[in-house]
Design a protein around this ligand. Structure first.
Ligand code: UFG
Length: 329
């Protein structure tokens, strides 16, 4: 039996496929390559290019391959873009997922693990954030992910499906082999943007706001290594395979670092002075996002291996330094 990974050519998806294959699983990857990279797909995975909205295509995969579990990464994830083009996010993240669920129900596939986000919480009332905390997204991306969770809940109830929703905090780092890593176009995430400076692609890094109610005034985030996120998907699928009930889990290290601390750590890792300049706040940025991952630890047995920022940034630097243009040579 095989595991179907939708969005397996993207950042977190490709790392999960590597981990699945390294642990001996048979993997089928579907990706429309709108934001993913064909080169990121593990050579041992069976790859099909196609879109979530295409019901006949999805049905053909379920009929051709023997799929017993699905991991779903295929979504748009740029917060800023979701605010200027919300319908693009509703169309892909919700309409696409609806077609996937219809196809799964029709083809008798009843287990799915999917990507959710810390953005479902919005501005937290306290940190660390628990899964039971209120969810009031401050951007359309987070709203579509929260709606996806609800779509899964009601569909599961009606059709006997079981799901695990994984709410990631700040995904970062790259595969230890150096073969795959983060390659967004355009790039908007802090760590890859910082590393463009020592790579000679950017003169300085802009710090979006230094007047937040945090220790040094810059935003605090919980950076979690992409390989640890990948491992959580495998554990979640095993949990469902052993009869686990549908549930939601946060995935983070439980430790927050400010933007200034991340820059300082990158200076240490790269040996480059990395000039930084204070700029205006970015709209919609919460001051602090730190996960409580106690639940994932106690129920899934998940324990992040990369729990220090220096190692996380060192893996990212190895990738970006050797692949300054991502997967484009
Ligand atoms: N930042 C800067 N300068 C930059 C880029 C980012 O100061 O050039 C700051 C941001 O303002 C933020 C922090 O660095 O305070 C981290 O920003 P990222 O864009 O790397 O990550 P976010 O925390 O905004 O977003 C991440 C994921 C989203 C997800 C969100 C959940 O990338 O997909 O966490 O809150 F929705």
């Amino acid at each position: 039996m095989a595991i179907l990974v939708l969005g397996g050519a993207g950042y977190i998806g490709s790392h999960t496929v590597y981990q699945l294959i390294d642990s001996g699983r048979d993997v089928v990857v579907v990706d429309n390559l709108a934001t993913g990279h064909r080169e990121a797909v593990h050579p041992k995975a069976r790859f099909y290019q196609g879109d979530l909205h295409d019901r006949a295509f999805l049905d053909s995969i379920f009929q051709k391959e023997k799929i017993d579990g699905v991991i779903h990464f295929a979504a748009y994830s740029l917060v800023g873009e979701s605010m200027t083009n919300p319908l693009k996010y509703y169309d892909n993240n919700l309409c696409g997922t609806k077609v996937l669920l219809e196809s799964m129900v029709a083809n008798g596939v009843d287990r799915i693990v999917f990507s959710s986000t810390a953005a479902t919480y919005g501005e937290p009332k306290h940190v660390p954030i628990l899964e039971t905390d209120v969810t009031v997204p401050t951007n359309c991306y987070g709203e579509t992910k929260l709606s996806m969770e609800k779509m899964f809940k009601w569909t599961a109830q009606a059709h006997g499906l079981r799901y695990v929703s994984l709410r990631y905090f700040n995904a970062s780092g790259a595969h230890a082999s150096g073969a795959i890593g983060e390659a967004h176009c355009p790039e908007s995430h802090l760590i890859p943007l910082i590393l463009q400076v020592p790579n000679g692609q950017r003169e300085k890094i802009m710090i979006f706001g230094d007047d937040y109610p945090t220790t040094d005034g810059t935003c605090v985030r919980d950076y979690i290594h992409v390989t640890d996120l990948a491992q959580a998907h495998i554990l979640a699928l095993e949990y469902l395979n052993h009869g686990g009930q549908s549930d939601i889990f946060n995935l983070g290290n439980g430790v927050g670092f400010s933007v200034k601390e991340v820059i300082e750590t990158a200076r240490k890792v790269t040996g480059h002075p990395i000039p930084a300049e204070i700029a205006a706040r970015r709209v919609g940025d919460p001051a602090q996002l730190i996960a409580s991952s106690e639940k994932a630890n106690s129920i899934l047995g998940w324990k992040p291996e990369y729990n220090d920022l220096e190692t996380i940034i060192a893996t990212a630097w190895r990738w970006h330094h050797t692949h300054p243009n991502g997967f484009q040579v």
